[in-house]
Design a protein around this ligand. Structure first.
Ligand SMILES: *[C@@H]1O[C@H](CO)[C@@H](O)[C@H](O)[C@H]1NC(C)=O
Ligand SMILES: *[C@@H]1O[C@H](CO)[C@@H](O)[C@H](O)[C@H]1NC(C)=O
Ligand SMILES: *[C@@H]1O[C@H](CO)[C@@H](O)[C@H](O)[C@H]1NC(C)=O
Ligand SMILES: *[C@@H]1O[C@H](CO)[C@@H](O)[C@H](O)[C@H]1NC(C)=O
Ligand SMILES: [Mn+2]
Length: 445
């Protein structure tokens, strides 16, 4: 069943934006080409021979064997001492139906035995996503899911995050939107080295490859969702937040919270009763089944004292954003970013993909005026295709299939252009993923 998005102003204005894409990209290419002639400011040529005094030395010989035994994060992947940990306790279960106690202590104990993971543990993120075990009914559904998955892999590679994409049902009765809860819970146990599990729906795409979660802001919270407090507490709307993207801390609080959250799910004898309760609580909820999103809003409303102080309702930026209000702005955003780069030579410097975060930070001062979220000219962080149902094809009837399809193409190609740039390519037409052009680079004159 399709979830109805909150703001459904299907404006025909948005489709006008599509016409501008080709023009904008041509302009972008021209600007890049022109850069080579206009900026006289030289960056010193690197001395490649200074890499090694002996030019026959290979790069790997420059580094010790010990460096090579560690992965890029400096963690030891071949160390698991015999001292027992929670993994050796036969009573500990991955199942959402079996409670876990003292998880924080168990995690800490594991980290003690795996000291190479201790450094940086507070910021370590595992991104989790997934889709159904079977082929999609929509003939192009699997292609779309592949591109959405590729987009997540790109984002994670650029930021050094791990990713788990799942196609198995972790609880036979918890399908569709309930499937993520037992999966996230199992991911916590499988990844004690990760402080955060970041669930991102399969129909959501990163559209700002540089932006990083402001983890410092969430220091005192355990769950982060995108939403609007007045719609939760005053309007009592089931779409006052979106449960398709959330960040949850790997801790006992989260294990307990997910147990309560899951208790409204289809695996319980109370499922039908919860459906009625949720439908009567939220006047705008039209379908009778209990769903994960209404259940989450319900817990915020009815068990506020118990949970709300640890739940951060993020409304400042597109922690996830409704695609229909985003896709029409993407070509204008491209222009804005080109305009910034035109004035700042170091932002245009060719660089290794691995150091992309550095260039993201360099860009920040020039985005100060951009704002965040709706109406901003900053790249939206995550664009969520709520209601488009790429896999089944059963999109919400308030949009045409073409609107969904074109929107996904534009967002995915917009994101891909940020990735391909490190490989010297660009999609000149956001609506045509098969077209690519070489990206002219801007070398010092
Ligand atoms: C480049 O580095 C090598 C080795 O460090 C040095 O001998 C050489 O003089 C350098 N060349 C230039 C142009 O700086
Ligand atoms: C990783 O752990 C293994 C097994 O304990 C050990 O032999 C190896 O030296 C460790 N590697 C590093 C780089 O510390
Ligand atoms: C596992 O659970 C059983 C039954 O609840 C209990 O008797 C046993 O002591 C537990 N074992 C451990 C290692 O905690
Ligand atoms: C894009 O920019 C043009 C020119 O500044 C403006 O007229 C138009 O309204 C913008 N479109 C959107 C969707 O923001
Ligand atoms: Mn979704």
């Amino acid at each position: 069943m399709a979830k109805t998005p909150l703001r459904n102003k299907a404006s025909s204005l948005l489709t006008d934006g599509f016409l501008f894409v080709g023009g904008a990209m041509v302009a972008l290419l021209l600007v890049w080409a022109l850069f080579s002639f206009v900026n006289p400011n030289p960056v010193p040529n690197p001395n490649f021979s200074s890499l090694a005094t002996d030019p026959k030395t290979t790069v790997s010989e420059l580094f010790s064997a010990q460096d090579c035994a560690e992965d890029t994060q400096g963690v030891n992947l071949s160390h698991d001492p015999p001292a027992p940990t929670f993994y050796d306790d036969p009573n500990l279960s991955y199942s959402i139906e079996k409670p876990i106690k003292n998880w924080d202590e168990k995690r800490r104990e594991w980290l003690k035995h795996h000291p190479s993971f201790a450094a940086g543990v507070g910021d370590r993120i595992l991104l989790v996503s997934g889709s159904q075990p079977k082929p999609c009914r929509n003939p192009i559904g699997d292609h779309l899911l592949l591109r959405f998955f590729k987009n997540k892999v790109d984002y994670c590679r650029i930021h050094g995050y791990d990713i788990f994409y799942n196609n198995a049902l972790f609880h036979p009765k918890m399908a569709t939107f309930w499937a993520k809860i037992p999966l996230v819970r199992a991911a916590m146990i499988a990844h004690p080295e990760a402080e955060w599990i970041w669930w991102v729906d399969s129909d959501a795409a990163f559209t700002d490859m540089e932006f990083k979660l402001p983890l410092e802001r969430y220091r005192d919270h355990n769950l982060v969702v995108h939403g609007w407090p007045h719609l939760i507490y005053e309007k009592k709307s089931w779409v006052s937040l979106n449960a398709g993207v959330f960040l949850i801390r790997n801790c006992q609080w989260s294990i307990d919270f997910m147990e309560v959250w899951a208790s409204m799910g289809p695996q319980t004898p109370h499922y039908d009763a919860w459906g009625k309760t949720l439908k009567s609580t939220f006047k705008d909820k039209i379908f009778p089944e209990s769903d994960d999103q209404s259940a989450l809003v319900y817990l915020l409303l009815k068990e506020k004292e118990k949970w709300a102080d640890k739940i951060y309702v993020e409304g400042e930026y597109y922690f996830e954003g409704y695609w229909l209000e985003i896709v029409g702005t993407l070509n204008n955003l491209t222009d804005k970013y080109v305009e910034i780069e035109r004035g700042v030579r170091r932002l245009r410097r060719r660089h290794a993909e691995k150091v992309s975060e550095y260039y993201g930070e360099l860009r920040e001062p020039y985005l100060k005026e951009a704002g965040h979220g709706r109406g901003s000219w900053r790249r939206p962080f995550i664009t969520h295709f709520t209601g488009c149902q790429p896999c089944s094809g059963d999109h919400n009837q308030m949009y045409s299939g073409d609107t969904c399809w074109n929107g996904m193409q534009r967002a995915l190609n917009f994101a891909d252009n940020q990735v391909l740039r490190s490989f010297g390519l660009v999609h000149p037409d956001l609506l045509d993923s098969s077209s690519v052009s070489p990206l002219p680079f801007d070398f010092p004159g």
